[in-house]
Design a protein around this ligand. Structure first.
Ligand SMILES: [Ca+2]
Length: 502
């Protein structure tokens, strides 16, 4: 059988609980659900650093942030670390990348290993976006989610059929500032969107680190996000609850309308594969670079290790191997994607991508049990004292039963991470007794033994991935090194072009 095509559809900040295949209470996504019905719904896929650029660098390289250098949206990729795309290209695949790239200085670096690419600079715009390709920047008329799909279908249509292809189709949506397409503006009438169970979380028992984040809908979601000022009668601490409810409806309406366009375009893509006889031997993935808080714990945004932010939705269809309507509960991270795609392409990742820290989950996609598969996901968020979100640096592990988080209290002297110091704190959640993660039991004597065991496991996972425990303010990570000077200059040229054209 011919080697399969790989289509990797990734949106930006699309939480699993806004996909009906995952039991969403707030929206309906029939085309994404079709992928789940005809393939596998992955229920425990986690990002290893819940923010845009780091997740993208991890997916491309199969490495943690401390290896590829992209610890934050401000840090440059270490171009010495190869990507699975380069390995696929080397191995005979045609490759393309369309949409949100968000790597490099100001979110712009040159994609490597792609036959064709066209990307948004930085975060990109929703309407009539500027896009960059080998000829430089130009405005593309239309709505971003449609445009990225158009470019992708045009490219697939341009290929000769005898060579397999890998397409990265990366939507800007539903990232801030949530600008929907006009045709979806009638959806979700005011007051119609249910609030999450933890909407009025009081953060009792939580760390100071978590209580200090500035991601609350009530007080931190501003006029830019809402596209209007908060009315006078909703201002002030006495109107907090009413204000939250008002903002939530606007926020979620816009967010879900953006997702509706993605779902429509997933439908277009699947329709195209059907019409062109490509469905059977094409692996289609739908995922998001990380999750998002949809009013959960009173928050929006991501970064923290709570499940709504940590989990990546992942639906995979490949009729040749994956049983329809199946589920997979094995713990997988975005570090594992690269090795998996190479495995599916019949390329030995140990040879073609020796820097990869991931492991192929292809047997898990087929529904097989893998006895020695990882029983935890290791996570590390590096940004610290970000003045906008104030999310603290932290690391931790999630098993099927528990989550242990260490807010170590300072940055590490890397770009984007300050050395502001506060008291280190632990959080521990019992995910069966407390599935919504509202009761921190790190100081509960009844959990002392479990906490001690999880601390050992955390150390083991850090050692496995050759990450360093926090050792004090100003200590840079030992693996941090310079990046490719020549490539950096070419990137800088593009940045200058962008600035000149805007
Ligand atoms: Ca993102």
């Amino acid at each position: 059988m011919a080697r399969p095509n790989i289509i990797f559809v990734m949106s930006d900040d699309h939480a699993a609980h806004a996909i009906s295949a995952y039991g969403s209470r707030v929206n309906h996504t029939p085309h994404m659900d079709r992928l789940a019905a005809e393939g596998v719904r992955m229920d425990a896929v986690y990002c290893t650093n819940s923010i845009c650029s780091p997740s993208r660098a991890t997916i491309l390289t199969g490495t943690y942030s401390h290896v590829n250098g992209v610890s934050s949206i401000w840090t440059e990729m270490d171009y010495r670390v190869p990507t699975f795309i380069e390995a696929l290209h080397e191995g005979g695949y045609r490759t393309a990348m369309f949409g949100k790239w968000h790597l490099g200085e100001h979110g712009i670096s040159l994609p490597r290993g792609f036959d064709a690419w066209k990307i948004f600079p930085g975060q990109g715009d929703y309407v009539d976006p500027v896009m960059i390709d080998g000829d430089g920047p130009a405005t593309v008329p239309g709505y971003a989610t449609d445009i990225v799909t158009d470019l992708s279908l045009d490219w697939i249509g341009s290929l000769a059929t005898d060579q397999p292809f890998c397409l990265m189709l990366h939507h800007k949506a539903p990232h801030r500032p949530w600008i929907p397409d006009q045709k979806h503006k009638h959806l979700y009438a005011d007051g119609s969107i249910p609030e999450p169970e933890t909407f009025f979380d009081d953060y009792a028992s939580r760390s100071k680190a978590v209580r200090g984040v500035r991601m609350t809908i009530a007080d931190d979601m501003g006029a830019d996000d809402l596209k209007q000022e908060v009315p006078e009668h909703l201002r002030g601490p006495e109107n907090r609850e009413t204000r939250m409810r008002w903002k939530y409806q606007i926020y979620m309406r816009d967010y879900l309308q953006c997702i509706q366009s993605i779902d429509d375009n997933v439908g277009r893509l699947l329709g195209y594969l059907d019409e062109h006889g490509l469905a059977d031997n094409t692996l289609v993935v739908y995922t998001s670079d990380q999750g998002f808080f949809l009013g959960d714990h009173g928050w929006f945004d991501k970064r923290l290790m709570f499940d709504q932010s940590l989990q990546m939705p992942m639906l995979v269809r490949w009729p040749a191997e994956i049983p329809a309507g199946s589920r997979c509960e094995a713990i997988i991270t975005n570090v594992d994607f690269a090795a998996t795609f190479l495995d599916i392409a019949g390329i030995d990742a140990d040879v073609a991508l020796p820097t990869s820290q991931g492991r192929s989950f292809r047997p898990l996609l087929r529904g097989e049990q893998v006895e020695d598969w990882a029983d935890a996901a290791y996570y590390r968020y590096w940004e610290h004292d970000d003045p906008i979100h104030a999310a603290p640096a932290h690391y931790g592990i999630r098993t099927a039963d528990y989550k242990l988080i260490y807010y170590y209290g300072a940055g590490l002297g890397v770009p984007g991470a300050s050395d502001v110091v506060f008291e280190p704190e632990w959080e521990l959640y019992d995910l069966h007794a407390d599935p919504t993660e509202v009761r921190n039991v790190a100081d509960d004597p009844a959990y002392a033994q479990i906490k001690a065991e999880l601390q050992v496991k955390l150390g083991q996972y850090q050692a496995r991935y050759q990450d360093e425990p926090y050792r004090g303010p100003g200590t840079s990570h030992p693996d941090w090194g310079p990046y490719d000077e020549e490539l950096a200059e070419r990137v800088a040229t593009y940045v200058r072009q962008i600035r000149a054209s805007s």
